[in-house]
Design a protein around this ligand. Sequence first.
Ligand SMILES: [Zn+2]
Length: 546
Amino acid sequence: MKDIFQVLKKKKLQSFFLFYILLLLPILTPLAENYSWMDKLLLVVVCLLLFMAISVICVFVSPRTEKIIYSVMLVFAIIPGSIFLSYLLFAHVMLEQNSVMSLFETNPEESKEFLANYMNVWVIVGTLAYAAVPIVMICRMKRYTPLKARFYKGHIIVSVLIIVAIVSLARVARSVYFINIYRTFITYKVRVHHEKKTIRARQSEPFDIRTIYADTIPQTIVVVIGESLTKDHMSLYGYQRKTNPLLEQYTDSFLLVYREVISPQVHTIPVMRAALSMAEPDYPEYFEERPSLIELYNRLGFETYMITNQAFSEKCHSSYDILLTLAKHKYNFAPKKQYDEIVFTAFDEIMESDKGKDKFILIHLIGSHMAYEYRYPYTFDTFDYEEDGLIEEKPFRKTKEKRMIDNYDNSVLYNDYIVDRMIRQLQEESPNAMLLYFSDHGEELYDYRKFAGHVYEKVSPPMCEVPFLLWMSSYFRDKRSGLVFDAYRPYSTGDFIYSMSDISGMRYEGFDSKRSIFSPDFEPKERFVDEKAYDDILERFDSNKR
Ligand SMILES: [Zn+2]
């Protein structure tokens, strides 16, 4: 052991390099607001063990081999390292597992959001400097005489075992940021490929399903999924600015405004996966094994339509695209980069076509997505804090922040117009119809801190409390007298598929009426935003701070 220390003493720069790559991030974790002391300790211990194991092994290799090992480590570590470090230094959070996963979802909107949230000139300068330092270190490493391996077999075996254990045990590997990233990447790729294959294959297998609401008058069932709309900025939910002048005109008997609905995550992709399938945290395999929303309507004999103004690809670049590809008719407007009213070119056409058929239409809007000022035409540029004085003063709300809130509220106003127009069209053209609107997740707008957006690591009530609105034609509603329409039921859109199954009268193996917000059997349960209990989130952000 003494000899090993002797050599290590001569290799100060090498040790410093390893420290830089493996331990810099762990020793900065006290900055992370979302990690417990236990998590931080585990991180440091695992990385320290890896540091020691690699240091020992490198005592026995030639300086040239060592430089090659370090260069390979650097190539693998530098990009993950700068991502983790930027999050840690600028947002004071350690990236959590599901965010690591979402880094691989090639949804351009989400990537842009990531960049918009965290990129600035300092991050770029910092990243370049962060990468330059270890390159200089490798170039300047001094030569040394390695020890003879055959005299230290025990040390070498123990070190190798430590490295193998850290790389192969999933829970432990998570503690080393770059190993975690590559492991997650491989798992992600394998998973998405498998999902695509199994879900496509299951479409040709038989599945028993029927509806108790079969009707001679064709039904039109519309689900609209909005984007980043928090109910805190909707006058329907009591916001001081009149952001819902049109939807507010409906009486309670036609437009039900659900008060207590949250999203199961605060990012588009995991919410879409959860809401449109039966996957749940304890049973992720249900994503492939059980039918998803569009599949259910296909199997019932509906004509199914999917209209999207968000990135979508038949090749499934996002891991929820596979669920959308199941629609018989697909309209993808995202490449046109237009305001949400572009969806009407498809909506109008669908309403005109196949008049004798039952229809299920799923619409995915761009809604109030970040860069709010690009989400509405200038005719909706309505709110001005200087004129109405309706933005509550907070120390971190300066001119720029208030202007951003103005823009956000304009996008909410525009969304009001979009949803109202759909309802009016259904009212006029389809006597047996319903429309359900909810937002994938909410948005924080400088409510507690100098932060706007939605990030799981910083989850707060406005990020997960979402609008959930139900409109039904009177004919449609009369048929459903056995259901309960109670706007105060606490619910998570993670169970959305059961509510849609219920309101469509579907009966199939696996249907669980206790999870339907409309069922007499509904049972409230503890709600989670991914792994965090909603009640804890509420408690952490005491309502009087809002
Ligand atoms: Zn979203």
